[in-house]
Design a protein around this ligand. Structure first.
Ligand SMILES: Cc1ncc(COP(=O)(O)O)c(C=O)c1O
Length: 386
């Protein structure tokens, strides 16, 4: 007899990983040395690049860097000219993939100031990712200071309108050693990329491919953290989605292969005719900060939100019966993307007739208005960069 997904999760909790020695406590902070670029991009060139920045293709002039070794702990915090890393060919990250990252955005307010959205939540998730990957966790104040310093020095790169500055904190294992063990040295860095509005002319519904050949994460694996390896492993499934004419892939659980988990880079929500919302429970999925924010905003307005397992068969049946009104994906990059069509080897079906629905669009507006400082911030999510 099969074991249910929930039971398998209870019976086999993720193994505890012995914490690495860290330099100081979770609250430790560092003084950053600021070394402005000697040859920054000219104003004219920057303006030209900001006309249509796309996503993740152009970068600002600086980066923040902090190093770790066992003798000094976290040290050498600097903001400097963005440049290549000199990396030994035997650096551990190149062989055993000890790498983690984050993604968050800085938003330009109408008064010209800059908002960060929940950087503390990214810092905590980064800490958890480091622990899971047996890397040296970075104290939250250092993470936030690195992000703020970079935004401050490169604020001229902030696009206007619905654009934003995408920030990419990451950490790599830099010890020069060929052996399967946690590296004794790390480099943490933050780079920034001005990005335009994800969807020109409003969010277009996406089509998604249900991956039956590949899974993303198993119980006890790394699905709940943001390590590069998760994304490398998802690329074949994403390519399969594209081959089938879909925009994105959605993964099923690795035990029973029927519970919806998440997309390659976004969490997923379902909106029902009784006004409730459902989203898959945490465990093997990434605990998205957008997901958490949507749950809070929906609850604020009296919506019942269930964090429950939901099967692909139920999704198909509820879409057919009309019980399911909308489905949407969410994440920092696109905020909310309505899901219009679901495709799989056993056939396709439409959700909300293939169009964007009012629940997704309403939540999207609420969230974006808070991010850009156009609406009140009841949960204290905004951190103004001074
Ligand atoms: C696998 C995965 N799930 C969900 C998300 C959404 O997370 P967040 O809302 O924190 O951007 C992301 C994006 O970072 C992701 O890569």
């Amino acid at each position: 007899m099969g074991v249910s997904f929930e039971q398998a999760r209870r019976d086999r909790p993720a193994p505890e990983i012995a914490p690495l020695p860290t330099a100081g406590s979770k609250g430790m902070s560092l003084q950053f040395e600021i070394q402005p670029a000697t040859n920054p991009t000219s104003e004219k060139e920057r303006a030209a690049r900001l006309v249509d920045p796309g996503f993740g293709r152009i970068f600002t002039d600086h980066m923040a860097v902090v190093r770790y070794n066992q003798a000094k702990g976290w040290h050498g915090a600097r903001v400097e000219s963005r440049a290549n890393f000199p990396l030994d060919p035997a650096a551990a990250v190149l062989h055993y993939a000890q790498e983690i990252f984050e993604g968050l955005k800085a938003y330009k307010r109408d008064d010209g100031g800059v908002n960060l959205f929940r950087p503390d939540a990214n810092a905590r998730r980064f800490w958890n990712s480091a622990e899971r990957m047996a890397m040296a966790p970075l104290p939250e104040p250092v993470f936030i200071e690195a992000v703020e310093q970079l935004v401050r020095i490169d604020r001229a790169w902030m696009p206007g309108g619905e654009g934003s500055l995408y920030l990419r904190p990451f950490m790599i294992a830099s010890e020069v050693f060929l052996g399967v063990k946690p590296s004794a040295e790390y480099i943490f860095a933050v780079i920034a990329s001005p990005v335009g509005s994800y969807f020109k002319g409003g969010p277009a519904p996406v089509s998604i491919w249900v991956s039956e050949n590949y899974t993303r994460a198993a119980i006890g694996g790394t699905g709940a953290v943001k390590c590069g390896g998760n994304y490398a492993a998802s690329l074949r499934a994403q390519a399969e989605a594209i081959d089938h004419g879909c925009d994105q892939v959605v993964f099923l659980d690795a035990v029973e292969r029927r519970y919806i988990e998440e997309l390659g880079g976004m969490n997923v929500f379902f909106a029902f005719d009784d006004g409730s919302l459902l989203t898959p429970p945490l465990g093997t999925i990434l605990p998205g900060i957008t997901r958490d924010s949507i749950i809070a905003l929906a609850k604020d307005s009296g919506t019942r939100v269930r964090e429950e397992a939901y099967t692909i068969d139920q999704w198909r049946a509820d879409a057919a019966s009309g019980k399911l009104k909308e489905a949407f994906a969410c994440g920092t990059a696109a905020v909310i993307s309505p899901i219009g069509k679901v495709c799989s080897a056993s056939g396709d079906f439409l959700v909300s007739g293939g169009a964007a629905g009012p629940v997704a669009m309403g939540l999207r507006k609420k969230l974006v208005d808070i991010q850009y400082g156009r609406a009140a911030d009841p949960h204290n999510w905004i951190r103004k960069v001074q």
